[in-house]
Each structure stands twice: as C-alpha cells, then as structure tokens.
Design a protein around this ligand. Structure first.
Ligand code: SF4
Length: 418
C-alpha cells in the first residue's frame, strides 16, 4: 500500500492560510445546477438563486471576518444566476478577486467579455467524466481534454484571465491523472492551475453511526452519501505516486495539513516552470514561502490565483535561485537549453500550479479530519463553515458526528493507518 512515506510534510512549506487570513473564500449565489456530478457536495435546488442584496451581505460578512485575496463564486453553477455579471462586479469593486467556479456549459464568448468588463479575475472549470454532460456522455478523462481545451482557448481569447481546471479523482480514474498532468503541461501558456479533488462520500463501509447532536441520523438524507461500495479514502500521496510513474521528478512543495493529522496532505501544491514543449523543473518550498510572504507584505493578502501576465514571468522568477533549490535547478536546465538553442530565449516561460485536494478523512476513532486553514469556507447563518459539509447544517442544523459502531474511541487509531 502506498502511504505518506513518499512525502515528508516537514520538508514542505506549510501554506500560511488560516481561518481569518486566507487566500480565498467560497461564495454560493445559487444551489441550482444544470448537471448532476457524481460526488457533488451540494443538493441541486431549482430556483434557489439568492437575491443580489443577500449575496452582498454575505460578501460583506466575509470581508468582516476574513482577509481574503479572492472569492470563489461557486454553487450550484453560478453562471445560471441571472445576475452573475453584477455579482462579479460587486466583488471586484470591493477590491477582492472574483473567481468563477463553473462547469462551463452555459459560458458564451459574449458572457465572457461581459464578465471581463465586470472585473472577473479567473475561472475554475469543473470538467470530469462523471458529470453526465449531454454531449460528452461516455467520454473518459482523456477524451474530455478536448472540452478543457475549448474552455482554455475561450478564456485565452479574452485575455489575461486566470484559467484553472478541477477534476474529481475516483478509484477508476486515478490512472488518467498523469495524462491530465501532461495535457496541462502542454498548455502551460493558457492553463494556470490544474486541481485534482479526491472523491469522498458517506458510504456504508464506513463503520460509523451518524449523530446530529444526540440524535442518530440517516446520512442518506444528504446528497453526499452513497449506498454502494466505493473507495472514499484515496490519499494525495497515492496521486503523487501515480503521477511519478510517468513524471518521476514531480515534486510537491507546499501543503495544508489535516485538522486531526499534521502529516496528511489535504491541499498539496506542486509548482512547475516550463514552456509548451518542456517542463524545466519544480519550484521548492522556499519559492512558495517567498511568494506568499512578499504578496502579503505588498498587498496584505495571501495568494492563490494569479493572472497569466504574472505566471508568464518564469524568467524573472529565476531571480529567486539563490534562495530556492527548486528554481535554481529550473534555471540551470533552462540556461543550458538556451546554450544549445538560443531561439528558446524568445519562447515564453510559464509557471503552473498542480493542486491535489484530499477532503474529509474519517479516522477510526470517529474524528473527521478537515483541511486545516480551509480555503473554501462559506457563510451560513452569519458564520464561516466548511462548504463541503454545508448540507449537514441545512438538514440537521449542526455538524454530523461519526461514532464508531464498535464503540471504541481509541485516540491512537488512524485512518487506514496511512
Ligand atoms: S475542509 Fe472541505 S471545504 Fe474546506 S478545503 Fe477541505 S474539502 Fe474544501
């Protein structure tokens, strides 16, 4: 079994994001969606668009409680909200970067230009093979690269908007991850971020009773439960191991730990530098530490999304070579490649992030390990809450606790011993 031992969290940079000072926050203007993705955390509710004034109050609450560089405008699919342009404008005018998280199916060039005018900073497109997309049924992850490219080219055509993709990873699609990593490398000039989110659901094989307060509840009431036997404990190091089968040098540099496990990689970041033809290497922990710190000193905020006008400055990033081993190695490879072919000097050198997200882990002792410094906190009844578990609050009014069926609460018990 592949476990954490291929990565040591003490050798990586712990991202500085926390509850009150974070790179992003998570806004949901609607719970309505035109797709039904496997593994979605949100119940699809027709006509659930929030009025603009309610959305403004939520953004103001974020601003009061949390220093955030950007807001992910998610849902549901936010492009279904009739006032999406106004939502983007409002967030932009408050000095926060609006990032639209969408399945992309209703995006047109006209809407894209309107959103650009309103101040959109970036898009994150959710594209994977278990979304039931009408024109893409039975297409595998690799065939869906054609659709990813369509969205990336649309965004690139408008110009200087960050473009990210996220894809849920299931037991049976894990083997496709390296191909997606390769696809992103080949489009490093127009794709800034690639995100892999590991599939999680409440399934019968989790041997817990579920309690809301003192009441035992039926988790099947929630959208994130499944009655079939599915793997729900894939870990970030397993994805890294899969990627390394093809890209042996693939090296993460930063992470967020679990609330219950310091050595778990809940958000695992890899930064690479290259051209469409070649990846020169991977930045190291110091590089990310300097970028986060400099951005915080310069703007007062931590950083998650950057525009292509910055990510294409791969050559300037090499100024950090004396301080970071990773970027030093990139510089060495890059300049020796220039010596063999000076024309390479005229090609853009780009930075790209690959993020692996490992959501809730159920530990044997009944604890649920969340992302420590969760970037995707949303607003619920005036408070910041985990967006991935919001349905528990909506249905039961509180978080659902997991109680081991065997009644043993062994504090030393660990999830899958991994
Ligand atoms: S705790 Fe949940 S909402 Fe927060 S980042 Fe992790 S998976 Fe996302």
């Amino acid at each position: 079994m592949i476990t954490n031992n291929i990565l040591n969290h003490r050798e990586l940079y712990r991202l500085p994001w926390n509850l009150s000072d974070n790179a992003i926050s998570w806004l949901e203007p609607t719970s309505a969606c035109n797709l039904a993705c496997d593994g979605c955390y949100r119940e699809n509710v027709k006509d659930s668009h929030k009025p603009l004034e309610e959305i403004r109050r939520e953004v103001e609450l974020f601003d009061k409680l949390r220093n955030a560089d950007g807001i992910s405008i998610a849902g549901g699919d936010p492009l279904l909200h009739p006032e999406i342009v106004e939502i983007v404008r409002m967030i932009h005018e408050m000095g926060i970067k609006p990032i639209v998280n969408t399945n992309g199916s209703t995006l047109t060039m006209d809407l894209l230009y309107e959103l650009k005018k309103a101040g959109v900073y970036g898009f994150t497109f959710h594209v994977d093979s278990k979304q039931g997309r009408p024109k893409w049924k039975n297409k595998n992850e690799i065939e869906l690269n054609e659709l990813r490219l369509q969205y990336a080219e649309m965004v690139a055509q408008v110009g200087n908007i960050s473009c990210a993709f996220n894809s849920t990873v299931y037991e049976d699609t894990l083997q496709d991850v390296p191909e997606l990593v390769d696809w992103a490398a080949k489009h490093i000039n127009i794709v800034q971020v690639m995100v892999f989110i590991l599939y999680r659901q409440a399934v019968p094989k989790l041997s817990f009773d579920w309690y809301a307060g003192a009441t035992k509840v039926d988790m099947n009431a929630l959208v994130y439960s499944d009655t079939s036997a599915r793997k729900v404990d894939l870990k970030s190091p397993e994805v890294v191991a899969e990627i390394r089968k093809r890209f042996s040098a693939f090296t993460p540099c930063a992470y967020l730990n679990g609330t219950e496990r310091p050595d778990h990689f809940k958000w695992l970041l890899t930064g690479r530098v290259g051209t469409k033809e070649r990846i020169y290497g991977y930045v190291g922990p110091k590089f990310i530490e300097i970028m986060q710190t400099m951005h915080h000193i310069g703007t007062g905020k931590y950083l998650a999304y950057e525009k292509p006008s910055l990510t294409r400055k791969g050559r300037s990033m090499m100024l950090l070579s004396p301080l970071d081993k990773g970027i030093r190695s990139v510089a060495k490879k890059y300049f020796s490649s220039i010596l063999t072919n000076p024309l390479r000097l005229f090609k853009g050198l780009h930075y790209q992030s690959v993020m692996i997200i490992q959501p809730v882990d159920f530990l044997e002792n009944g604890s649920q390990s969340m992302c420590d410094g969760c970037p995707d906190m949303t607003v619920w009844n005036g408070e910041l809450v985990w967006s991935c578990r919001l349905e528990e609050l909506k249905h039961f009014g509180c978080w659902v606790r997991t109680v081991p069926m065997d009644g043993v609460c062994n504090l030393n018990a660990k999830v899958n011993k991994g």
